[in-house]
Design a protein around this ligand. Sequence first.
Ligand SMILES: *[C@@H]1O[C@H](CO)[C@@H](O)[C@H](O)[C@H]1NC(C)=O
Ligand SMILES: *[C@@H]1O[C@H](CO)[C@@H](O)[C@H](O)[C@H]1NC(C)=O
Length: 270
Amino acid sequence: MISSLIFCFIVGAVLAAEEDSRSAYTKTQENKRLHGYVVKKIDSTDEMSCSQACLRHSWCTSSNFKESSGNCELNKHEFSTTDDNTKLTDNPGTTFSKFLKGCLMAGCLNGGSCLFDEGKDAFACSCSPQWRGEKCEMDFTATFTCDDKMEMFADGQSLGTDSNWTNPTTYLVPGNTRVLSVAGESIGGPLGILGSTSNGQVTNETWKCSSVLSSGWNSPDFDDQSWPLAKVLAKHGEGSWKTLKGIAMTAKWIWGDTNSNTAYCRLSIK
Ligand SMILES: *[C@@H]1O[C@H](CO)[C@@H](O)[C@H](O)[C@H]1NC(C)=O
Ligand SMILES: *[C@@H]1O[C@H](CO)[C@@H](O)[C@H](O)[C@H]1NC(C)=O
């Protein structure tokens, strides 16, 4: 339903822009033909129906249409293939049309918007925070460790536990997570929590840590205003700890009250 609406919208826009050599959806060059990438040949009465045929096939990225013969060729190639025009040959009477479809047909996931990207000269997904990937389909990962034991949470949901600080664990975090939190426990000796995420978060003094277990402490709705900021004990690589694989070097070992063997630390992600 949505894709057919979008389809009508594009066809409408292509129609409206027929006069222009360049619309937001196609880039047209007269008397040029791209060869070597033709996947399908059909007969078309006019350029419009040739364009529609290309729009109907998700793989079709451009078309060659020869008015005199009604010959419509549908091409498949990378966007960059036609960037420098070297693969276009002179061909009187043929119109080459490149479609800037991108995400217009496929859409974007998780609240991402399909916007025209001038740099890429195509439509591309602009993802909501925390989502990545061409279609905003990817979540992010968090790699954490605790001297000595920890449990990792995303919006209050447990992602897993770890009790070997020399061997950080990587957790898959749902893309729309608002609060990351770690419950840490020391069984004596050095204590601390260290971690980073694939989208640039690191443990540091912007986290909040409490030594007291409060009900709902790891949920997004919990009010942590009265909680103290995390205490930084060392930078990653310093102290008795070595450099730990998978954790950003900008991360810092944090804890709450160092007289307590427990720390409940959280970070709101905007
Ligand atoms: C902790 O992880 C390291 C690998 O980093 C491994 O050599 C060691 O045996 C592990 N210790 C325990 C108690 O599992
Ligand atoms: C703390 O880490 C965040 C990323 O999680 C970073 O944006 C911020 O600049 C850091 N603050 C300090 C004081 O290092």
